[in-house]
Design a protein around this ligand. Structure first.
Ligand code: NAD
Ligand code: MG
Length: 384
């Protein structure tokens, strides 16, 4: 059996991974599960999956977790260090399904011990890509992408001849506001923004999909996972989300991975790699879908994508500043403190005001992230 640790086990990706574990008895032994503050949800998942260790990030939730696990024999722990300990404990695969830069330290802990990582937590690669990839090179850790686009690219990428890749083309559904004008976006609610036309996901990534920041973060993620050069990365809008991404080769061939929009397909691919396993995902019926559409992204209506592109080109800590500002702006939008169109304005202002620097170490990333968050909060206060 393969031992599996899930960081962020109570979320959208984490619970879909646990669904696959339950459907495949004998394939994975769950070593550890973690969550932020939902003690009941974590305890239920730990009992159901037979986990050995359950770690909750919020120390205030420790008593609840301990009570909910009483008599189960499952070890409980709390705090940021406990989440890192879950990542450090021996185990074959670590699925990183924490949302945001909060996943950075535990991801790095797993990378440094040379684990195989199934990476969903894209923000960690965005804010600390060079640190994570250098640590993986040093430890021999394997990085397998779970994000559907990067998983698609991984499946069709010629790993033996990366120099034969002409272009990586990320597909993007366009989100719930694909056809709206900028003026129509001014008053949209959190519920509107979370109503993704194709995927059902956590709140933060749903908002990111509505601003197209998600695709911007994914460009930077692709840049670190498939280092073919910035000029070979492209984005195309594809509302049906059937083609999950494409790789164009120098001979003009374009290889794509297709499937129904069900995250259990890429999650299963990464967790079972290099094997393929059956999943309960609906089969692709192209005749029923009828048409696949494609269009160029609109960087004027969706400036977050342009900001991410600029931050990626600027390099250094610019992507870290972009990500931190976006996390603060999205949280403020969800909390009703700012409007939807303030998100890109806050990110742009933060990028303009926070000096970019190197991202050679975890300490440097954490310091840049802290400064960017403080500036983004100041921008929100200034707007209130
Ligand atoms: P979610 O909000 O549903 O779940 C997040 C998980 O992280 C929860 O288990 C939560 O308890 C934990 N968490 C949150 N804050 C934490 C903190 N400070 N410390 C420790 N744990 C914390 O999010 P999700 O939609 O499952 O997304 C998870 C990651 O996967 C994100 O980076 C997202 O971009 C990426 N992703 C998600 C999907 C999807 O379909 N949901 C698809 C592709 C990529
Ligand atoms: Mg994606």
């Amino acid at each position: 059996m393969t031992s599996l640790t899930i960081l962020g086990a109570t979320g959208s990706v984490g619970s879909q991974a646990l669904d696959l574990v339950a459907r495949n008895p004998g394939r994975w032994q769950v070593a550890a599960l973690t969550a932020n503050s939902d003690a009941q949800g974590l305890a239920t998942a730990a009992r159901a999956s037979g986990a050995r260790f359950a770690a909750i990030a919020d120390p205030a939730a420790y008593a609840d977790l301990k009570a909910a696990l009483a008599g189960s024999g499952i070890e409980a722990a709390a705090g940021q260090e406990a989440v890192c300990e879950a990542a450090q404990r021996p185990g074959d695969i670590v699925l990183t399904a924490i949302v945001g830069a909060a996943g950075l330290a535990p991801t790095l802990a797993a990378v440094e011990r040379g684990a195989t990582l199934a990476i969903a937590n894209k923000e960690t690669l965005v804010c600390a890509g060079p640190v994570v990839t250098a640590a993986a090179l040093a430890s021999g850790a394997t990085l397998l992408p779970v994000d559907s686009e990067h998983n698609a690219i991984f499946q069709v990428f010629d790993h033996a001849q990366p120099d034969r890749v002409a272009k990586i083309i990320l597909t993007c559904s366009g989100g719930p506001f694909r056809t709206r004008s900028r003026a129509e976006l001014a008053g949209v609610s959190v519920a509107d923004a979370c109503k993704h036309p194709v995927w059902s996901m956590g709140a933060k990534i749903s908002i990111d999909s509505a601003t197209l920041m998600n695709k911007g973060l994914e460009l930077i993620e692709a840049h670190h996972l498939f280092p073919v050069g910035l000029d070979r990365l492209d984005v195309i809008i594809h509302p049906q989300s059937v083609v999950h991404s494409m790789v164009e080769y120098i001979d003009g061939s374009v290889l794509a991975q297709l499937g129904t929009p069900d995250m259990r397909i890429p999650i299963a691919y990464a967790m079972a790699w290099p094997e393929r396993i059956a999943t309960p995902a609906a089969r692709l019926d192209l005749a029923a879908i009828g048409r696949l559409e494609f269009e160029a992204p609109d960087l004027v209506r969706f400036p977050c994508l342009a900001l991410a592109w600029e931050a990626m080109r600027a390099g250094g800590s610019a992507p870290c500043i972009l990500n931190a500002a976006n996390e603060i702006a999205v949280a403020a939008f969800i909390a009703g403190q700012v409007a939807f169109l303030d998100i890109d304005a806050i990110v742009a202002a933060t990028l303009a005001r926070v000096a970019s620097g190197p991202v050679g170490s975890l300490g440097e990333v954490i310091e840049t992230d802290r400064r960017a968050r403080a500036e983004a909060r100041a921008q929100i206060t200034a707007r209130a």
